[in-house]
Design a protein around this ligand. Sequence first.
Ligand code: CA
Ligand code: CA
Length: 252
Amino acid sequence: MISAEIKVEMREGKKEVSESAANSKPDSENSWNVYEEMRGGCLESQNTRKDQKLQHSGQGKKISRLYKPTAVCLGMLCVLLLTAVTLLCIKFTAERHQLRTSYTNFTVGLQRKLSFLEKTFQEGWRYLNYSVYYISTEKRSWSESREDCRGRGADLLIINSREEQEFVDSLINCKDAAVFIGLTDRDKEGVWKWVDGSALTTAYWESGQPNNGKWLNDQDCVVTGPQLGKRWNDKPCQNFQYWICEKKLEDF
Ligand SMILES: [Ca+2]
Ligand SMILES: [Ca+2]
């Protein structure tokens, strides 16, 4: 009995083995499948990398296209900045040169004026309101007096204000005499004009003057002096008098 059961089990076992063998494939076939799967994976991987490379290449071209105008703009900006800086440098240099020239001219002018004032003060000129005044130390006719003033780069005094009149009075005081000024009616009697051609507007005549005297000559030239009360008197131009010159500082 027992041996019969064993036989049955052996037959069944053999059958299972044969079925199992029939169901199972050979190892070479499995290896091929694995190879095919790996190859497919590699190809897929290669294709993916190729696609990525193409994508990167496309992005690179896009970036390159964006960089070109940016680079051109930056280049133009650099050129503009360089031009602006150059122009500013040129302008700054020109202005500095102009400023230096102006400063030099101002300094030279100031030194010249200071030298002039020093020299004129030494010669006896006195200063008031951008004018200097000189009273002669000798007496001459009106024409000779004017000639002397012109030789000094000046002219006979023109009185424009009471302040100037009083200043001149203070200068004349020590002379104890009247001095010729630049006022005359030689061209037309009674029409008084200053030596610069301007008409008389404000006068400081002594009482009773001008009277055109007429003892020997017409009185056509004016003198002023503190001893004359209201200061001015017309005198013969041929008379010998001290005189006063005026030089405006704007003239030198
Ligand atoms: Ca006269
Ligand atoms: Ca007179």
